[in-house]
Design a protein around this ligand. Structure first.
Ligand SMILES: [Zn+2]
Length: 112
């Protein structure tokens, strides 16, 4: 499991935000329901996204609203991000320098 935004590995049981998404038909028989997709964000990216400007796209906006709700309702997620930041080694590599290259589509907001 990796953070969708920074690709940092999220080990099972480690602090993260899981976003589940599924699709379901309405008013159509038989009713169909897709499998649920799980999207994970590390605490740092969760807080960063929630504090940042609104993204483009309806799905991204919906995810952004949920992230803001989590970050805004209790400081626990902020604290988890702060703890990770205090550990230093999880910082994003600067572009153009040594280190893992972040794909161009992964430098911004939610990607569905
Ligand atoms: Zn991340």
């Amino acid at each position: 499991m990796h953070c969708l935004r920074c690709h940092r590995e999220i080990e099972p049981g480690h602090k993260s935000v899981a976003l589940y998404m599924f699709a379901q038909t309405v008013g159509i028989r038989p009713r169909q329901k897709s499998t649920a997709q799980r999207i994970s964000f590390c605490p740092q990216c969760s807080v960063s996204l929630a504090m940042g400007p609104p993204p483009e796209g309806a799905l991204n906006m919906a995810a952004w609203d949920m992230m803001r709700e989590l970050v805004g309702s209790d400081p626990a997620l902020n604290h988890a991000a702060w703890e990770a930041l205090s550990g230093i080694n999880g910082l994003l590599p600067a572009t153009g320098t040594e280190g893992e290259r972040v794909p161009p589509q992964a430098n911004g907001y939610f990607e569905f």
